[in-house]
Design a protein around this ligand. Structure first.
Ligand code: ADP
Length: 574
């Protein structure tokens, strides 16, 4: 640790020990790789919060500059701005991006703003597409002056989301253009209730970070949500940027047509025609240029570009420059570095061809890459991967949820998921602890397409496994039929919302309403009320504490009753 940084930690040690909550901060330190899980465990053995804080500081004093910067960032992210300010003066002169192995102007402040706004991190293997990024940044500078829309369009898997995130990872953009911050929203294909839920959760997020006291009524219609957002963006977050990732439908844009600054990614270049205001476009040409593709393969295989075999260039060509496909193949080669020719042949033979109705794009290369990745999985893991077909777009799940589905220990599940991640078959969000896993929308498309005939049995498996797991649930439920025992259980609500999102769950209650009413219409309405009030919370990731939410229900509600039981149980055991 540099002398300045060290002295500043020592000087403010007392104050820091008084105020900080080490458990929250350590999550960030671990995800930055400056603290190990063992170290965290050791700190947690200290009896009080203050002792833990002291132990953490003691440890930091023995670490390097990166640890100091990571600690500083964690303070900002956890809203200890005043403490962070104390440490600011002595921040060592390496930028946070150096820590992540990259260069341009990504300061700790930029990093904090991005992570607060939910902007995704760079993929582990990353190549810069500077010209393209600069083109997006130029447009962003234009909407600084007057509100408007910047559309980044291109085919699926061409790197639009990565590009959008990269464009805002820039000091000038964050500090000069959008001092009100940037707010990332994953859209995808969704219907109106889903869109409303997204807007509700955005309003909630924006209001939360202003002042946690304010208790606004949740907007209940798209129009109301649009008005609330208009107010928030105009009054509370002037000069901020909304990023709408993967928009399919003009309804979405119309809902955000509130005279603000929007960056959107889409496969449809004409999407913004339907909204008012200044418009700018950047096309992501369908391919990475060949050398960038080579660079990705080189990074995966830890080889110099010039030392790559002859087949490498052909592979890149065969992938038609799709960054997603190149990454899939790269991940395969990382494991089996002598299979260049084999994978090339697989790509060329197009033996996994299938028809895709809904789109005009050429997915062959992707399908082949996916199939090849799945092919090399051990048989049983292939079955596990297939189970992921039931995940909803944009829903991120922790290992624990899949542990129930697969009936395995969470640790075993983590190992399997890690394998998927390493093969680029799955993505991991390690902003959170526990880590959250999710599929790229193309991967999900692929799985759904491949397992189309088995969708129902896959869904049934989920229900069955959770029933097994909860069969020893509260006794008053055991005597009821299977449907009631599931749908009148708060655990089930929490699990299903986590895997499939709240919209499906609400839909279940509507669909099975008449059946459930025969058993107990009061309880049915308790659950439905709970969901309609809290749907937008259940969209949030990290996933909220459902028991806490349920405790704010009327005391006469079954939902409240179950939550109270759990809270009391929890208090007794932990
Ligand atoms: P899109 O939004 O166009 O569907 P993404 O931005 O999600 O595409 O990118 C798809 C995948 O391609 C990423 O998950 C990543 O593996 C790979 N990828 C995209 N851009 C890059 C890049 N600049 N460097 C390395 N890999 C990239």
């Amino acid at each position: 640790l540099e002398e300045g940084a060290r002295s500043s930690l020592l000087r403010f040690r007392h104050k820091l020990e008084q105020d900080i909550k080490p458990s929250y901060l350590m999550d960030h330190l671990i995800s930055d790789g400056v603290l190990t899980v063992d170290e965290e465990e050791r700190i947690k053995t200290q009896p009080t919060r203050k002792d833990q804080a002291a132990a953490l500081l003691e440890l930091l004093l023995r670490k390097d500059n990166r640890a100091y910067i990571s600690f500083y960032n964690a303070l900002i992210t956890e809203a200890y701005e005043d403490l962070a300010n104390l440490l600011h003066g002595d921040l060592p002169q390496i930028s946070l991006s150096a820590l992540k192995g990259s260069s341009d102007g990504c300061t700790p402040t930029v990093q904090a703003v991005l992570s607060q706004g939910g902007v995704p991190q760079r993929p582990v293997v990353f190549v810069s597409r500077l010209e393209l990024v600069n083109r997006v940044r130029e447009k962003l500078f234009l909407v600084e002056k007057a509100p408007g829309w910047v559309t980044v369009f291109g085919m699926a898997g061409s790197g639009k989301s990565v590009l959008a995130a990269e464009a805002v990872r820039h000091q000038g953009i964050i500090e000069e253009c959008f001092p009100g911050g940037v707010h990332w929203l994953s859209i995808g294909q969704l219907d109106k209730p889903d869109l409303l839920a997204k807007m509700q959760s955005l309003c909630f997020r924006l209001e939360q970070s202003m002042d946690s006291q304010s208790l606004h009524r949740t907007p209940n219609s798209l129009d109301e949500a649009k008005e609330r957002l208009r107010f928030l963006m105009l009054r509370r977050y002037p000069r901020s940027l909304l990023i709408l990732d993967d928009v399919w439908d003009t309804t979405v844009l119309k809902a955000f047509d509130i005279h603000s600054r929007v960056l959107l990614t889409t496969r449809n270049r004409a999407l913004a025609d339907s909204v008012s205001g200044a418009k700018y476009q950047v096309e992501v040409e369908s391919g990475l240029d060949e050398n960038k593709g080579m660079e990705i393969l080189a990074l995966y295989t830890k080889t110099e570009v010039c030392a790559l075999p002859e087949d490498a260039r052909n592979i890149v060509r065969e992938c038609k420059g799709s960054p997603l496909v190149v990454s899939l193949i790269g991940a395969l080669l990382k494991e089996k570095p002598n299979r260049w020719h084999y994978y090339l042949r697989q790509l060329q033979q197009k033996q996994f061809k299938r028809i895709r109705k809904s789109s005009s794009y050429d997915y062959d290369a992707l399908d082949q890459a996916m199939s090849a990745s799945i092919e090399v999985l051990p048989d049983e893991h292939r079955e596990f991967y297939k189970d992921l077909t039931v995940l909803e777009n944009d829903i991120k799940v922790p290992a624990k949820v899949l542990a129930v589905l697969w009936d395995l220990e969470p640790e075993e599940v983590e190992d399997i998921l890690e394998e998927f991640v390493n093969k680029s078959l799955l993505f991991v969000d390690n902003h959170n602890k526990p880590y959250l896993y999710y599929l790229h929308d193309l991967q999900l498309d692929f799985l759904v397409e491949q397992n189309r005939t088995q969708l129902e049995s896959l869904h049934n498996k989920v229900v069955h496994q959770y029933q097994q797991h909860y069969r020893d649930g509260p006794p008053h439920l055991r005597r009821c039929g299977e449907l009631y025992s599931l749908m009148f259980s708060l655990d089930w609500v929490s699990i299903k919302a986590r895997i499939m999102g709240p919209a499906h769950l609400i839909n279940d209650y509507v669909e099975y309403g008449p059946v459930l009413d025969k058993e107990n219409s009061d309880v049915r309405s308790h659950f439905q009320e709970f969901l309609s009030l809290n749907g937008h919370h259940l969209e949030q990731r990290p996933f909220p504490d459902v028991v806490q939410l349920a405790l704010s229900q009327p005391h006469s509600s079954e939902v409240y009753r179950q939550a109270l039981l759990q809270a009391q149980g929890g208090a007794r055991t932990g």
